[in-house]
Each structure stands twice: as C-alpha cells, then as structure tokens.
Design a protein around this ligand. Structure first.
Ligand code: NAI
Ligand code: MG
Length: 508
C-alpha cells in the first residue's frame, strides 16, 4: 500500500474508468482494469534557486544580471531562475571555446575519447537524477526520460568516443581536422539527448562548443555542465549559455563561430540559413516534419496500431519525426479506426512523474495554445475530432488529450502544418501509387512509416518515399550509428553515424 498511499494526496493522479467512446467503436467499460495505484518517482532532485552560464569551466552570472524562470509544465511552479544570455555572454563563451581549442584539438585522440567515456559513464551514474529533472522541467513521462532520453544521451557519448581515434578510418586517405568553435542551438523536446547529439560528435572531432539550450528546458544541460566539471573536462571545451531566441541569434551571428548546428522550427532554421549566407560558416539544420505512416491492407493491424500510437502520442507529439499523418488503405479503414479508438482510450494522461503515465504535460503554455488553435482550425475546416474525453485532467498545468481527426482532406491545414502535439490526421487511400503520392505531398521529408506484410512492397514504397528515415513495420527507432536528417524543408545535413561526423571536420 505504500505507493497507493500517495494516490489520494497526489492532485495530478488521474483515474480513468468508463471512457466515452469517441467513434463508432463499441462502448467498453475497462472497469477495475484501470485502477492503477499511483507510482510516483520519488527521487528528490536538488535544483538551485538560480543558475548562471557555464563558461570556461565555471558557472558565472550573466553580464546584464538578468534571469528568466523555467517552470514545471505539469504544475506551473517555477523551478529555478535561469541566466538570460546577452551578446556579451555569448562573446565571453566563444572566447573561452576559442582559447580551449588549440590544446583540445591537439590532444592525442585517445585522450579525448577518455574524457568522452567519462562523460557517458557519469551520465549513467546520475541517470535517475537526470531523468527526474528532465521530466520536471519539460513535462515528458518519467518512463520516457528514464528509458529513452537519458540512456540514449549516454549512448551518444559512448558511440562518438569510439570514433575519436579512428577518424582516419572514417575518411580514408583524407586529412581530417576540426572545424573550430561550434555554436549549437537545441529545442525543448529532447533537452539532454539533443545536447548529446550536438556535443558528442563535435568533441570527438576535436572541436570546442558553445551550446544554447531551449528556454523552457535548460536544467539538464546545466546538470550536464556539473558533470563536465566533475570529470575534469578542460575548461572552455564546452560552454553553455542560456536564454531564448535573441541569445541564439547572437550565437549564430558571432564571427568566432565556425559551424552552426540547429534543431528547431523550420521558421527559425530558415532565418539562420539566411543570416549566415556568405559568412563561410558551416551549418546543419534539423527542422520540422509532417511524417506519414502508411498502413496497407495486408499489414498486421494490431502491430501497426501500436506503431501509430507510439509514433504520434509519444512525448505528447513533441517529436520532429512524429507520425502525424496516417494513411490507411480503404478496405481496412473501419477496422483500423475501431482499434485506434480503443487503444487511444487506454492511454493514461497526467502526472509525468508517475511511472504509469503514457502522455505527460504539453511543454509550455505557448505550445498548448498553438495546439488548441489547430484543433479549432481542424474542426472549422470540417474534419471530425475524436479524443479520449472520459478522464478529468489536472487543474493546473498544460494538458492536451491525445486525439485524432477523421474526414481530413489533403488541403486541410491539419494535414499540412506541423502541429507538434498529440494530434493525428487520418486519411485513406486505394492504391499504393496513391499512398506514395499523397505521403510525399508535403514540404517536409523527415521520416515515414510503412506497414505491410509484403517485403517487396516495403522496398518499393520505401524507395519512393522522400524522407530521411523510412521505418518498416516499426516506428521511432534510433541508434547513434544511424544518420538522421531530412529532405526538403525538414533540414539540411545529417546527425549521427559516419555522416554526422563529416559536418564537424575539415577534410583535405
Ligand atoms: P524554435 O525554433 O523557436 O526554438 C528552437 C531553439 O532555437 C530554441 O533554443 C530557441 O531559443 C532558439 N531560437 C529561437 N529563435 C532563434 C533565432 N532567431 N536564432 C537562433 N536561435 C533561435 O521553436 P519553438 O518556438 O520553441 O517552437 C515553435 C514550433 O517549432 C513548435 O511548435 C514546433 O512546431 C517547432 N519545433 C520543432 C522542433 C523539431 O525538433 N523539429 C523542436 C522545437 C520546435
Ligand atoms: Mg521548464
């Protein structure tokens, strides 16, 4: 009863009992099958009242003395006050990165690798703390930060540590040198993991870095700074400057930065590409998506539904490669909708720190407002919204029930725009040809999913989908050894694997 005892005192705990069906699916009473006791993660994590920037191996106050709050989106409580980075702070950080560059880049590569192995090991040792921090600052379910974000962040350092002294084999016959100081700007959907995606290849290749975390989720990057100091990474090799868009823009504009790596919205990505044109700076961009999942009539439908659910409701849909458009072959559309509806209603929405939670809090009030606007637009344009509307949502915090639209036309806004929330647009098709054409009919091209029993169909369809990743009978599988990136407006360049290293090296 220990855990169940916390149940009633926890205002965020949701009890879902009888959920109203939202489509023509049979009304199901899940009854006591739904009565989980609350299982809150109880690890206590210390959070300082205030954080400075991490520059030259030390935490330093912001030059202009300004701070901004970071909140827990599940409770709206302020967790800490974060340094607001000005151009002067960025300048100081770039100077520290520049000063550290000669020694770091000339260190024997196996020595650089040792530092990286130590970072990876320390992330593993402090994994529980990092997971709780990630969940409190960003709203994602603890089971995701614990099982995916933090382990994969460690994995990225392990993988890239392995490359550090093998670059001559990665690019045989070429002389590989570091690019210099890297400016790295990351979003709020995978805060620590994106920091690892950016920092690990940069360090392995002998570069130094200035990282700017997203303004709503800076805490795990700042905890990573503590780890870097703990393992004695030479001062200045990694610097972390916190702030919002203006801080990021100052980093992009700084003449001392030789390479920009950005993950975020297509809108900001385009601004960055335009602003550095002609500067000689290198750039990689990981931008938005509107990724299709295609279910053929011969697919294993239960397996497909799991993949669809995972693809769109995972991390509240805050995933650049979320499978946000579903194309179902007409002959199985009704069956798929019934299964989707039943599975949707079994998802537990609520306290992200509860280990049973499937869908946590929306990352910010702004993002919630944006998602709600799309729900309104979808209805106004004539599509039908289906959501799991049985369980009460917590009173405070930013919440959106996982949902899907039917009756969606290709021209509808919800079929075209990246929503970045737990909102799926369901459409149908008759022939494989039509599925491919409609799936490719988007300015984006980050990822796609194909669900079929026929191997030949997988190869034929995957070959013709214009997407950086095509998953077959699975979705959202990642590995540091596999390059990731987009076609068209989804971005430029690749991260991960051999291809990702290339962006951090001068080859001659
Ligand atoms: P954003 O693109 O504004 O933010 C991403 C990062 O860029 C943050 O660190 C931010 O501070 C920084 N930034 C903002 N303006 C900048 C500028 N002018 N120069 C340099 N850095 C700048 O994304 P935001 O506003 O948080 O979310 C808006 C929408 O973007 C979301 O609703 C979603 O559709 C999309 N998005 C896509 C992501 C992806 O992984 N593809 C991640 C985050 C957001
Ligand atoms: Mg926050």
């Amino acid at each position: 009863m220990g855990e169940a005892g916390g149940h009633h005192s926890n205002p965020l705990m949701i009890q879902s009992k009888t959920l109203a069906p939202s489509t023509g699916a049979p009304a199901l009473d899940f009854g006591s099958a739904w009565d989980y006791a609350a299982a809150p993660e109880r690890v206590q994590v210390k959070i300082a009242a205030r954080y400075g920037h991490f520059i030259g191996g030390k935490f330093v106050p912001p030059a202009e003395g300004k701070h901004f709050p970071t909140v827990n989106p599940a409770t709206e409580e302020t967790l800490s006050e974060i340094a607001l980075g000005s151009a002067a702070d960025v300048d100081r950080a770039v100077a520290a990165a520049k000063a550290a560059l000669p020694r770091w880049s000339r260190l024997p590569a196996r020595e650089r690798a040792k530092y990286m192995f130590r970072i990876a090991r320390r992330i593993q040792e402090r994994a529980r703390e990092l997971a709780v921090l990630e969940t409190r600052d960003g709203g994602k379910p603890i089971k995701e930060s614990r099982d995916i974000d933090i382990p994969e962040a460690a994995q990225h350092f392990f993988y890239h540590a392995g490359w550090a002294d093998k670059l001559q084999y990665a690019f045989p016959g070429r002389n590989a040198r570091p690019v210099g100081v890297c400016g790295q700007i990351i979003p709020w959907n995978f805060p620590l993991l994106m920091a690892a995606w950016k920092l690990a290849p940069a360090l392995a290749c002998g570069n130094t870095a200035v990282l700017k975390p997203a303004e709503t989720t800076p805490l795990t990057a700042l905890r990573l700074a503590e780890i870097l100091a703990e393992i004695d990474l030479p001062p200045g090799v990694v610097n972390i400057v916190t702030g919002a868009g203006e801080t990021g823009a100052a980093l992009v504009a700084h003449p001392g930065v030789r390479k920009i790596a950005f993950t975020g919205s297509t809108e900001v990505g385009k601004k960055i590409a335009a602003s550095i044109a002609g500067s000689g700076k290198r750039v990689t961009l990981e931008l938005g998506g509107k990724s299709p999942n295609i279910i053929f009539e011969d697919a294993s439908l239960d397996q497909a539904i799991e993949g669809i659910i995972q693809g769109i409701y995972y991390n509240q849909g805050h995933v650049c490669c979320a499978g946000s458009r579903l194309f179902v072959q007409e002959s199985v559309l009704d069956e798929v909708l019934v299964k989707l509806d039943i599975r949707l209603r079994s998802l537990r929405v609520g306290d992200p720190l509860d280990k049973n939670t499937d869908v946590g809090a929306i990352n910010s009030a702004d993002q919630l407002q944006k998602i709600r606007r799309y729900l309104d637009v979808g209805r106004a344009e004539g599509a039908d919204l289906h959501e799991s509307n049985g369980s009460p949502l917590p009173e405070r915090g930013y919440w959106c029930r996982p949902c899907y639209f039917t009756g969606v036309q290709p021209a509808h806004t919800i079929a075209r725009d990246e929503i970045f929330g737990p909102v799926l647009a369901v459409m149908s098709f008759r022939t494989p040809e039509e599925a491919i054409t409609r799936a490719n009919n988007t300015p984006y091209g980050l990822a796609a999913g194909v669900w079929t029993d026929k191997g030949s169909k997988i190869f034929e369809v995957a070959k013709r989908l214009k997407a950086g990743v095509v998953w077959c009978n699975t979705y959202n599988q990642f590995d540091p050894a596999s390059p990731f990136g987009g076609f068209k407006e989804s971005g430029f360049g690749r991260e991960g694997g051999l291809h990702g290293l290339r962006a951090y090296l001068e080859l001659s």
